[in-house]
Design a protein. Structure first.
Lengths: 386, 152
């Protein structure tokens, strides 16, 4: 059966060139990077090459890049690390209502430990309220943590403005750039970013590897204790293959960034315009301009997201939804609710995220099946009087 | 996650639609929680001759509606009222625990449809109907404590 993968915000397929870059570190250069003999030194060198590649695209120093086990771990290290290292300065943290659980749940955990957290709302388009952010700042505020790009609706936040606000008030600024890294050009110095989290599997590197940018001069208490790897910031023998893959994937992503984004965005615009033309009773969620090129999020009224996904899966189409049934909780996506959508509309959302390997044929195949499935489910729905 | 039987029923649901001049109609759930089931029954001489449904909800909601209508077709009302959500689950060869509430909704929708039938007959008091059909006083979503706004 044909398989059409349109869930690239969830994860991506490892790129062939990335795979080839990794293989030697499984086969021949399998030494522990901390060992002194040649295969250990070679592994160490590969890690440092990857570190340089990532530092370069971020306009950072290699010594400001720390490898981790995932995007979630990077976010934990950043948020918990600042909270623990600077609690003498204050106990207030500002974040947004639409963060990924990696940040949101970490903030909630810190709330239990006595920190005060302000969750800044977003407007209907999913962009945070800068005035709300300014007003939320107190003498106790030590950290602003706001995501670069949202994973569900793809909206891009005003990072430069946030960076300026943070700098002016002498507050640390962390951004969860897991969705943005590899797609958006990011200059941490120019944007006033103090800490930044990223993850390999969103940009055609393997799962289970991430990195944290930590500006020189900032203290960060270790979260994972043990050995002295990663300049004593993160214990554990390095995931050499993952790190090599992340380095290679970073290089490839930024080499071709303009052409890839252009192609992806054209497909996204084609998809949305066709859905608008062909299927009534829909709502396109999230700002259409300040948005990742490959992200689309559309609610189909009168139907529920999980049944939509299951019916698309029967046709070999992989996508995702913000319905409660797929979020693993009783409520639909907190991001869609933060936009002010009703529960019913949020339950009927479909996220299609286009990647570098998708083609117009993929989108046409999706559109034909989507039209058919949506109509079939609506005919089955007691809410629909077509 | 889902059994083959569940997949079969949500990809090819049986008895979808409405019944014109139905003997009874029952609706449960609400759009806030993401599932609504509406069951239609045609009763002749105490036997459920036909049963259909319309459902807004996840794959499990569609599959439980489909299987529940299949089970009660041809049964007497008395037999249909004995249907439990467990039978629906068993017939589907199991449901993930997070989805068991869908089978509860299916059972409740049938009870509501039968209660509606009795009301239309006009022979029993509301108290009797409640008793016979095992209706709950509080109509609420069985799996969450969100208020039922009643919106459609
Ligand atoms: C915005 C965002 N933050 C954090 C994460 C977590 O990254 P990882 O899956 O590497 O833990 C993800 C990925 O799901 C994400 O989209």
């Amino acid at each position: 059966m044909r398989r059409v993968y349109l869930d690239n915000a969830s994860t991506t397929k490892v790129d062939e060139e990335v795979l080839n870059a990794i293989l030697p570190y499984l086969k021949e250069e399998y030494g522990n990077p901390s060992s002194i003999y040649s295969i250990g030194r070679n592994a160490k060198k590969a890690i440092e090459d990857a570190r340089e590649k990532i530092a370069k695209v971020l306009n950072a120093e290699p010594t400001e890049i720390f490898f981790t086990g995932s995007g979630s771990e990077s976010c934990n290290m950043a948020v918990r690390g600042i909270a623990n290292s600077y609690k003498d300065r204050g106990n207030h943290i500002i974040t947004s209502k639409i963060e990924h659980p990696a940040v949101l749940e970490t903030c909630k955990a810190l709330e239990k430990d006595g920190f005060q957290i302000t969750y800044i709302p977003v407007n209907e388009e999913g962009i945070i309220d800068l005035d709300g952010l300014r007003e939320a700042i107190t003498n106790e505020t030590i950290l602003i943590t706001i995501m670069y790009a949202n994973n569900e609706i793809g909206t891009l936040q005003p990072i430069k403005e946030i960076g300026e606000i943070a700098r002016k008030h002498n507050i640390f600024f962390h951004t969860d750039a897991v969705q943005a890294f590899g797609t958006i050009k990011i200059d941490v110095k120019g944007l006033g970013i103090d800490l930044l989290s990223l993850s390999g599997h969103k940009l055609y590197a393997p799962k289970g590897v991430g990195a944290l940018y930590l500006r020189k001069g900032i203290k960060l208490k270790k979260v994972l204790t043990g050995g002295h790897q990663e300049r004593d910031k993160r214990a554990g023998t390095e995931n050499v293959t993952g790190i090599v893959g992340l380095g290679k994937a970073t290089e490839l992503a930024y080499e071709n960034i303009e052409s890839t984004n252009k192609k992806i965005q054209e497909l996204r615009e084609y998809y949305i315009s066709e859905v608008v033309k062909r299927i009534p009773h829909i709502k396109v969620n999230g700002d259409l301009e300040k948005r990742l090129p490959g992200n689309s999020n559309i609610s189909f009224r009168y139907i529920e997201g999980e049944s939509l996904l299951l019916n698309l899966d029967i046709k070999g189409i992989c996508a995702s939804s913000g319905s409660a049934c797929t979020s693993g909780s009783l409520d639909p996506s907190h991001v869609l609710l933060a936009l002010g959508l009703s529960h019913e509309i949020a339950h009927g959302s479909l996220r299609v995220t286009i990647g570098k390997d998708n083609t117009k044929e993929d989108i046409d195949y999706l559109l034909d099946n989507l039209e058919e499935v949506v109509q079939r489910l609506r005919n089955m729905s007691p809410l629909y009087n077509g | 996650m889902y059994s083959d039987k569940v997949i079969d029923h949500y990809s090819n649901p049986r008895n979808v639609g409405e019944i014109e001049n139905a003997s009874g109609i029952g609706q449960v759930g609400n759009p806030v929680c993401g599932d609504i089931m509406k069951m239609y029954i045609k009763v002749e001489e105490d036997i459920i001759k036909d049963a259909t449904f319309k459902t807004f909800g996840c794959g499990a909601a569609i599959a439980t509606s489909s299987v529940a209508t299949e089970i009660i077709k041809g049964k007497t009302i008395e037999e249909a009222l004995k249907l439990t959500n467990k039978e629906v689950v068993d017939e589907l060869e199991g449901l993930p625990s997070a989805k068991v509430h869908c089978s509860v909704l299916a059972e409740e929708a049938i009870r509501e449809a039968i209660a509606d039938y009795y009301r239309k007959q006009g022979e029993k008091s509301e108290a009797e109907i409640k008793e016979i059909c095992g209706l709950k006083d509080e109509k609420e979503c069985p799996h969450c404590d969100l208020e039922n706004s009643g919106d459609e």
